[in-house]
Design a protein around this ligand. Structure first.
Ligand code: PEP
Ligand code: MG
Length: 549
């Protein structure tokens, strides 16, 4: 038995045959022409690659939806990127073949992404490699390898590229294991969407002789066991039976109320990154969307997304949800989510710098455009907006002034919108929590961003994995702040939710019940486990003191 350990991106246990997917080895060539001929080969290959990517976009659109499909239009743009082209041409001039030049220029560009601070941008390195491999294939006239699956299998590779993912027969995939990758990699996103126990970043490659061997993926601990002994296998089999039975039992909770055993109601909403994720939220019986992270729309674009583009995305989500509430969080760009075209200054401590609403104080047009798009979408469903990173009452008043201008302008233009759309704020800085009494007079609702509230209260960088082991995520300072914010909100007749990762922490459900938190927003697969937990708790017996004293 060989054991690997990495980062689990979806909980659960998968047991099945291992299928090792190897990507093309590096280019070794072939008849090389003059630089002019090699350049011609490159341009011809690029044209074909872009055409193929456009086809893949259409294919993905009908098989997996718009958000997965978007990646191919991004790849088409990358294939025509001027930096990549310059890199390839310079290498051809220096005597390389077109194929080798494309491979090397792609590798160099990918290294630039890997060195970026932002996790999302780091994860794009694999996209650049995918694009340069596609160019190489066309230059060399090779066929793309397909992942053939004869039986349900656990797939292992260095990482899976978007092209791998779109072509997979997903009904035959039991789980993923990758050598590289992070929470933001395509493999991780797909694993969560398909609810497949998966482990990324095992920092080791699973050797080819293991192909076809039995494999266990333990998505609870991040362990991957290849060729397990009988004892381990049978204990995992019974563990899997148990977790499968629990999952099946939870399906019976679909359509049931989210309430405690003595009838205290709580909404369970979902966190989503785009309108496509709303379908997953609904499939998991999410009762609404408590956090629509609108910044992804900004991060995926090369320039500020237009009002119309934003409106279409928000409206799609609102329509999918019907009467269910959709809370759109205004863009939270900055800190670990950088978009180059914002041209933010270099900062020593970006998490403490120009981030989200702070960027808009000097550039109010960003907020104005986004609020216009959100107000327009409010005519198409049950939409609310919330603003992150608030630290003061004046900031909320500033946002409300812009909202008022938007309402006035839309009315003058005869555009439909909901005049009474709620404007909430995130409580994710200690400052906001401490003055929650004043903020509750200004905002229509609160949503606790426990990820940042923890980072800023405990002075722990949320990106630093080493600190994860040291920090007490239930530190009473955080719980006291949440409790106080809830008291302040309720005193003013406002409602309060939690949308950070603490919301899905079942050890805290009783605490949230005791604080009479009105709504918890979690990733879609956690809706039913949370509902199950909630229904086992008596509100009457729940005590917040037990957590904060
Ligand atoms: C949070 O900070 O808890 C939150 C939900 O927002 P994000 O994780 O996107 O910063
Ligand atoms: Mg946050």
């Amino acid at each position: 038995m060989t054991e690997y350990c990495g980062k689990s991106v979806f909980e659960g246990i998968a047991i099945g045959k291992l299928k090792i997917v190897r990507h093309d080895e590096s280019v070794s060539v072939i008849e090389q022409g003059t630089p002019a001929e090699e350049k011609e080969k490159f341009y011809a290959a690029r044209e074909k690659a872009v055409a193929e990517l456009n086809e893949l976009y259409e294919q993905a659109l009908s098989s997996v939806g718009e958000s997965e499909a978007e990646i191919f239009s991004m790849h088409a743009m990358m294939a025509e990127d001027a930096d990549l082209e310059d890199g390839v041409l310079a290498k051809i001039e220096a005597g390389e073949s077109a194929a080798r030049a494309a491979e090397e220029a792609g590798f160099e560009l990918s290294q630039m992404f890997i060195r970026m601070d932002d996790e999302y941008m780091k994860a794009r390195a694999v996209d650049v490699i995918d694009v340069s491999k596609r160019l190489c294939r066309y230059i060399l006239g090779k066929k793309e390898e397909k992942i053939e699956l004869n039986e349900p299998s656990i797939l292992a590779s260095s990482d899976f590229t978007p092209s791998d993912v779109v072509k997979l027969d997903k009904s035959k995939v039991l789980g993923f294991v990758t050598t590289f990758g992070s929470d933001n990699s395509h493999t991780a996103i797909l694993a969560r969407t398909l609810a497949l126990p998966s482990v990324v970043n095992i920092r080791d490659s699973i050797d080819f002789p293991f192909d076809g061997k039995t494999c266990i993926v333990d998505g609870f601990t991040g362990k991957v066991l290849v060729d397990p002994d009988e004892k381990t296998l049978s204990s995992y089999r019974s563990e899997k039976e148990k977790t499968d039975a629990q999952r099946a039992a939870r399906l019976a909770l679909i359509g049931k109320k989210s309430e405690t055993s003595d009838g205290q109601q709580m909404h369970i909403y979902c966190n989503v990154g785009n309108s496509e994720d709303v379908k997953t939220a609904l499939a998991n019986d999410g009762e609404g969307v408590g956090l629509f992270r609108s910044e992804f729309l900004y991060l995926e674009s090369n320039d500020f997304p237009s009002e119309q583009k934003q409106y279409e995305e928000y409206s799609r989500a609102a329509k999918l949800l019907g009467d269910k509430l959709l809370i759109i969080r205004t863009m939270d760009v900055g800190a670990d989510k950088q978009a180059a075209y914002f041209n933010l200054p270099h900062e020593e401590n970006p998490a403490l710098g120009l981030r989200s609403v702070r960027i808009c104080f000097d550039r109010p047009e960003i907020m104005y455009t986004q609020l216009r798009a959100i107000y327009r979408a409010s005519a198409d469903g049950n939409v609310a907006v919330m603003v992150p990173m608030i630290i003061g009452v004046n900031e909320v008043r500033w946002v409300k002034e812009i909202a008022e201008k938007v309402r006035k302008d839309l009315k003058a233009e005869g555009v439909a919108f909901n005049e009474k759309m709620q404007i909430g704020i995130m409580i994710e800085t200690p400052a906001a929590a401490v003055i929650a009494d004043e903020l509750a007079k200004e905002a229509d609702f609160f949503s606790i961003g426990s990820n940042d509230l923890t980072q800023y209260t405990l002075a722990v960088d949320r990106q630093n994995q080493q600190l994860e082991k040291i920090v007490d995520v239930h530190h009473k300072s955080i719980l006291r702040l949440i409790r106080y914010a809830a008291e302040c909100a309720h005193r003013e007749g406002k409602w309060i939710g939690v949308c950070g990762e603490l919301a899905r922490d079942l050890a805290l459900t009783e605490f949230f019940v005791a604080c009479k938190i009105d709504e918890l927003s979690v990733s879609p697969p956690y809706v039913l486990p949370l509902r199950e937990k909630l229904r086992s708790i008596s509100a009457d017996e729940a005590s917040a003191d037990a957590f904060t004293k």
